[in-house]
Design a protein around this ligand. Structure first.
Ligand code: E4P
Length: 222
């Protein structure tokens, strides 16, 4: 399973990239807005730091605007995936951009039918938002299971399931058990995945015991 970071924050991107954890990045207009400043700089930097796919989202809502923005976004790098919303115009743009060899991520997917249509339009990724479904009392992970089952039935679909709107580490485990292709994680979730209280306690005890040994043998070193 690939891990993308769901952020436009350069510090977080560098931090996790240096650990070798990142296969790509997803952004959206809200994440850009959260960072403030000129998104152009962020897009330039992110596409330079990350070798894998970087999803950059259009803000036009009609076809021709999406096409223009999609092509401009693609100028940031060959690793740019154009993110379009799951609308009729978004699907039309997905079809056109994909036919021109520009990969597309169809975002704001909340049903298996939407995922099916995005795959038919040639999307490289579909982004089902599981946390937002959980928020309104629907089981987001069931949607991932449904999409996985459908895509498995049609091996001709090359579209990858990119699980988005992830809220906590259990979402990641469940998505991996289902066999989702990608999870995109807020930095806070990736931080939590690394931690375990027994790791912390274990390390503290190792160091205490080492100090005891050093008290008796002051010259030792590793
Ligand atoms: C990623 O592609 C999505 O834009 C993002 O995961 C949405 O997450 P949110 O529901 O926490 O805003």
């Amino acid at each position: 399973m690939k891990i993308f970071l769901d952020t436009a924050n350069l510090e977080s991107i560098k931090k996790f990239n240096d650990m070798g954890l990142l296969d790509g990045i997803t952004t959206n207009p809200s994440l850009m807005s959260k960072e403030g400043g000129n998104p152009k700089n962020a897009m330039e930097e992110i596409t330079k730091i990350i070798k894998g796919d970087v999803s950059l989202e259009v803000v036009s809502t009609e076809y021709s605007g999406m096409m223009e923005e999609g092509k401009r976004l693609r100028e940031y790098g060959d690793n740019v995936v154009v993110k379009v919303p799951m609308t009729p115009d978004g699907l039309k743009a997905c079809k056109s951009l994909s036919s021109e060899g520009i990969p597309v991520n169809v975002t704001l997917i909340f049903s298996a039918n939407q995922a099916l249509l995005a795959a038919k339009s040639g999307a490289k990724y579909v982004s089902p938002f599981i946390g937002r479904l959980d928020d309104i009392g629907q089981d987001g992970m069931n949607l991932i299971k449904d999409i996985k089952e459908i895509f498995k039935n049609y091996p001709d679909f090359k579209t990858q399931i990119l699980v988005a709107s992830i809220r906590h580490p259990l979402h990641v485990i469940d998505a991996a058990k289902i066999g989702a292709d990608v999870v995109t994680l807020p930095p806070v979730v990736l931080d939590k995945m690394m931690q375990h209280p027994l790791t912390k306690i274990g390390l503290e005890n190792f160091l205490i015991d080492w100090e005891k040994l050093k008290d008796k043998n002051p010259d030792i070193q590793i």
